[in-house]
Each structure stands twice: as C-alpha cells, then as structure tokens.
Design a protein around this ligand. Structure first.
Ligand code: COA
Length: 345
C-alpha cells in the first residue's frame, strides 16, 4: 500500500521570446489600433517567436530553470506533463521531445491538450500521482507557440495571442502543503466556440492550422465560469477568499478579469495580472505569471494561491495551492529576478 503524500512546488521557471510585438506594430499590418486593443483586452504587447525559436526550445528554457531552482537533476524526474496546443506532431507528444532534450532518460512523458486550461489540468494530474505515492518528482510545463497559427486576416483573434512557456517542479513531501482543492470541467457542447482546427489543413484547404473563435460567446462563458470555479474550489477546500493571497488567473482579457472580480466581490489587486505585456499565451499564461510573481517577490513562497483558467472545450479549471516555506531555501540561492530568462523580465 502506497503512503499518501503531499506535493510541494519546489521549482519554477518561465521563458518568453525576446521579440516584442506591440499594438502599434500590429496596426501597421492589420486594420486595428492600440486604442481598440487596450480598451477591449488590456493587451499592450505580446512576444512572438522568431527564427530558431519554437515551442520545444521555449519549454526547455522554462523547464531547465524550474529544475535549477528545485536543484533537481532531470534524471531524477519520475514524470513530465506538458499542457500545450503545439502541433509539433500529432504523435509523439511534445513532452517526449522535452524529455529527450532535457536528458531525462526513460522518464514517462505525455501531453494534455485542453487549450488554455492545459497547465492546470496537468498540474492537477501531477498532484494525483504524488498523492498516491506513485511518483515523487514531476515536471509540469505549459507552453505555446501560437504565433505560428495566427491568421493576420482575422484581426479579432490575431491581436490576442502571444508565445511563451512556464514550468514548475512538484515534489513529494510529508508536510501537508500543496493542493487543497481542484475543479476541472468541460462543456463539449461548445467545442466549436474556440478551436485550433486541423481539418482545413488536412483537406489542403489551408496552409496551416487555424484559430476559430466566437469572441462574444467565449467572453460570456469565461466571465461566468471564472467566479463559479473559484467558489467551487474554495468550498471544496473549506476556505474563503480571505484565505487566498493571490488569484493567478489565465491571462486572456482584462475585461473578463474585471467582470469576474466585480462578481466575486474582490479587488482587482488580488489578481496577479501581466496580460498587458504577454497577451494570451494559452497554457503558458498561468505558469508564466506564477514564475514572474515569485521572481519579483510579489508572490511569497508561503502564499496560498488560487489559479483559475478557461479555454477550448470549452473547459475550465481551478486549483487552490498552499505554497510552502521550503521554497525559500531554493529561492535564497538566487537574487530575485535572476531566475526568469532575460526577455521575460
Ligand atoms: N481592431 C479593431 N477592430 C476590431 C478588431 C481589432 N483587432 N477586432 C474586431 N474589431 C471590430 C469588429 O470587426 C467589430 O466591428 P463592427 O462593429 O464594425 O462590425 C467591432 O470591432 C466589435 O467587434 P466584437 O467582436 O463585437 O468586439 P468585442 O467587444 O466582442 O471584442 C474580443 C472582441 C475578441 C476582444 C472579445 O470578444 C473577447 O475578448 N472575447 C474573449 C476572447 C478570449 O478571451 N479568447 C480566449 C479564451 S481562452
């Protein structure tokens, strides 16, 4: 009989390409404006990968940093889970490329493809393997290279997305920290509302996978589900919003966050927000925000954080996680701000 364990986030890392694409840059190639984008979304800039950079290289940069903070050798990993919509290949999984290039020999690896909720679905899965005692050291990555799918003829979606990666290391401990509750959901009746479609590509009708989005429907769904998923996870954990230091949300749209904050009765300042700089990086957005917040000292190593996301499916996910003071040990090895690759800071 395996012994029940708890999961501790002992390492974190993030990476975003150095190529900054501002709203003004986009307004030179699209019929749009900085004013429209900022008013409707809160986005001022995004990072788009350049020649020589791809999803695998971004995932590797974030993963290496997370492993370094955790002081863990890749060969000591028991599992790698990657939340992503990257289409490097339909098979093998992106996680296998990451596993090999990290030098994590024979470590099991798989992807979770739930769109923007991919990181929280992956993190919740990792905690289950830890809780049962099956695995002790798990790398969880969220990575997207969405700029490769951006259709510059569709201004409503082209301005929204950015590239990036974030990763955490979750390790088993006897200390009762870590996951206090999680909620995952999917409303498959809304698969057509937000889709990274391959059908046109396979039929030869398009030269690349394409993003389709019913912006208004997704907006309504997200504004509603963000608050309800938070309420459910808090109830499950027997906690209230007063027990939460930070809400780290999926960074899709500032107005969605404002609407959710209003409905939840919490000040917007309780949300960790960096959408203005990175736009919507899909599965990468939460680990990227978490790593940035930990590195700049706004998120403290013993904080309780409520992470919440929504996306294609339409899916939603929320996790309540008590970080642990042990992270201070790892963190004190570095100067704050050194941990994230140069471009992100
Ligand atoms: N620049 C300028 N004008 C634009 C534009 C752009 N980038 N994109 C759309 N418009 C125009 C439309 O063509 C439309 O013009 P019209 O009135 O002349 O027809 C007008 O702006 C309003 O379009 P609409 O789609 O109704 O705007 P909106 O207020 O719903 O905002 C989104 C559009 C996409 C910003 C908004 O729906 C949204 O954020 N939805 C959620 C998307 C999301 O978060 N997706 C990811 C989830 S993981």
């Amino acid at each position: 009989m395996m012994q029940q364990k708890y999961g501790q986030i002992t390492g974190w890392g993030a990476y975003a390409p150095s190529n900054v694409v501002t709203n003004d840059d986009l307004s030179k190639i699209l019929d749009t404006s900085d004013e429209w984008i900022v008013q409707r979304t809160g986005i001022k800039a995004r990072r788009w990968a350049e020649e020589g950079e791809d999803g695998i290289s971004m995932a590797l940069a974030a993963s290496r940093e997370a492993l370094e903070v955790a002081q863990l050798d890749p060969n000591d990993l028991d599992l790698i889970i990657v939340g992503t919509s990257l289409v490097e290949s339909l098979a093998p999984a992106v996680a296998s490329y990451v596993q090999h290039q990290l030098g994590a020999k024979d470590v099991p690896a798989f992807d979770v493809s739930t769109g923007c909720t991919g990181f929280l679905y992956s993190l919740s899965t990792a905690y289950q393997f830890i809780a049962t005692g099956a695995y002790e050291n798990i790398l969880v990555v969220g990575v997207e290279h969405i700029s490769q799918f951006v259709d510059l003829d569709d201004r409503a979606t082209a301005v929204l997305f950015g590239d990036g990666a974030g990763a955490v290391v979750v390790q088993a401990t006897d200390e009762p920290c870590g996951l206090k509750g999680f909620q995952l959901g999917s409303d498959g009746s809304q698969t057509e509302k937000l889709k990274l479609g391959l059908t046109e590509l396979i039929k030869g009708e398009s030269s690349k996978a394409t993003i389709y989005m019913d912006g208004r429907a997704v907006f309504r769904f997200a504004s509603r589900v963000l608050g309800s998923a938070c309420a459910q996870v808090l109830q499950q954990a027997g906690k209230t919003l007063d027990d939460v230091d930070w809400i780290v949300p999926h960074q899709a749209n500032m107005r969605i966050l404002q609407s959710a904050a209003r409905d939840m009765g919490v000040p917007l300042e309780k949300f960790y927000i960096n959408i203005d700089q990175y736009a919507n990086t899909s599965a990468a957005s939460i680990p990227l925000a978490l790593a940035e917040g930990l590195n700049n000292g706004q998120i403290k190593p013993d904080d309780t954080i409520l992470m919440v996301s929504f996306g294609a499916g339409l899916t939603w996910a929320a996790t309540l996680v008590e970080l642990s003071p042990k992270m201070v040990c790892a963190e004190s090895m570095f100067e704050l701000g050194e941990l994230v690759a140069e471009p992100v800071m």
